[in-house]
Design a binder for this molecule. Structure first.
Ligand code: PHB
Length: 402
């Protein structure tokens, strides 16, 4: 492993210098001057999709990250923030080059990204080697807070298995006994479906078929035909963004909505109910967020987001907002000194704040411990029905952080 990246001048180094100067007769005023006043902006390198099927996810995360900074007069921990954005295109093979570009060419202090689990695997590998503090505002790859966990890598979203683990029991309680799962056939979809299988079969149900669709294809006809011919009680899906819009419309157009109940990881209806229209009504899903969560932070956040961007906030926006909040907690603890890396990391790991999703806190593996809600789309809104699993912690299999 390479020596961790310590580009920024440590505030302690500056203070040590100032203290030394005081001994040599510097004025007390000079000693008291804030060490980092006038320091350059903290550079936050953002690797998110701004094109392709996940483009709207990347925009929501970015918008809300900026909203948080704007609401704090453009500063976190007393430092102004400069965002350097690169389009990941949700293409895993591009991740190493683009991550290296942010770290080595743009010399960012903190990395944020990505949305896609495959991109996350490449990005996190480099972040681990370089030691760059990294916050993942969406990608749920289980390994990142499992066997590949690292002290400098944080996640403000979820692990892929979590929404699936939360969905099996409520589906069984709804009377579903057999299910087919259908998902984009890469890490995120597979882990989501495997969490679902575990929880549905533990509850007493049976997953009779798992159907993978290549990412980012939206040709769903053969999957829909197969589902119709199997005729299970229900379907559990993992699709998001543009693919989620198409799936729900195609499922309704195939006449399956009334015959085979549709469930999914909540991404199936996040940020897309308007585009899905009537077809989304009644779709049930599990997620760590719902539009109608009735807490002060959520109400204020949704209002501010709508005012700033003209559209409704969603889970991706919440994750972006909390990403800036987490950076704020870290930078505030070290008075804006990005060189005080260990203290910054410790403050982030111990962060506790009120998020629009409810109380925010991280597990030892740096993944949120959070409620998962059963939701249903009613009049275009993801409404909470009830808590499906309370304070669900990441399984963190193989993570050695303590
Ligand atoms: C992922 O690839 O981890 C992923 C992508 C989109 C989502 C959720 C997870 O909505």
């Amino acid at each position: 492993m390479k020596e961790p990246n310590r580009k920024a001048v440590s505030r302690r180094t500056v203070l040590r210098g100032a203290a030394g100067a005081a001994v040599l007769g510097a004025t007390p005023a000079l000693v008291r001057a804030p060490a980092l006043a006038g320091a350059a902006a903290v550079k936050v390198g953002v690797l998110l999709p701004y094109s392709g099927t996940y483009a709207r996810l990347g925009s929501a995360i970015t918008n809300a990250m900026k909203l948080y900074v704007d609401q704090n007069d453009g500063k976190l921990g007393g430092r102004s923030i400069e965002f350097v954005q690169i389009d990941s295109e949700a293409k895993p093979p591009k991740a190493p080059e683009l991550t290296t570009k942010l770290i080595s060419s743009h010399k960012v202090d903190i990395l944020v990204g990505p949305v896609h689990s495959g991109v996350a695997m490449g990005m996190a590998k480099i972040a681990r080697e370089e030691g760059t503090i990294t916050i993942i505002p969406n990608a749920g790859a289980d390994q990142i807070t499992g066997a590949l966990c690292a002290p400098n890598v944080f996640r403000t979203s979820f692990t892929n298995s979590q929404p699936g683990l939360a969905c099996g029991k409520p589906m069984y309680e709804d009377g579903m006994r057999t299910a087919v799962s259908c998902f984009w056939n890469y890490g995120a979809g597979k882990q989501s479906a495997s969490g679902f299988r575990e929880s549905f079969e533990t509850a007493g149900g049976k997953v009779v078929k798992e159907i993978g669709v290549p990412f980012p294809d939206v040709e769903f006809q053969s999957a829909l035909t197969e589902i119709a011919s199997i005729g299970p009680d229900a379907v559990y899906v993992f699709f998001a963004g543009g693919g989620a819009v198409k799936w729900v419309k195609d499922y309704a157009a195939a006449g399956l909505m009334d015959r085979i109940k549709l469930y999914g990881a909540g991404f199936i209806t996040e940020g897309v109910t308007e585009a899905q229209g009537e077809a989304a009504e009644g779709v049930r899903s599990t997620l760590h967020y719902a539009d109608t969560l009735d807490n002060r932070e959520n109400v204020a956040f949704r209002k501010a987001y709508k005012k700033a961007f003209g559209n409704e906030a969603d889970v991706y926006a919440v994750q972006g907002y909390d990403t800036s909040h987490l950076i704020d907690v870290g930078l505030t603890a070290v008075s804006g000194d990005t060189g005080a890396r260990d203290d910054l990391i410790a403050a982030m790991a111990g962060a506790k704040f009120a998020s629009p999703r409810g109380p925010f806190q991280l597990s030892k593996a740096h993944n949120p411990i959070q409620n998962f809600y059963l939701r249903e789309v009613r009049n275009g809104v993801n409404e909470v029905i009830r808590i499906a699993v309370e304070a669900l912690e990441d399984p963190a299999k193989g993570c050695k952080l303590s």
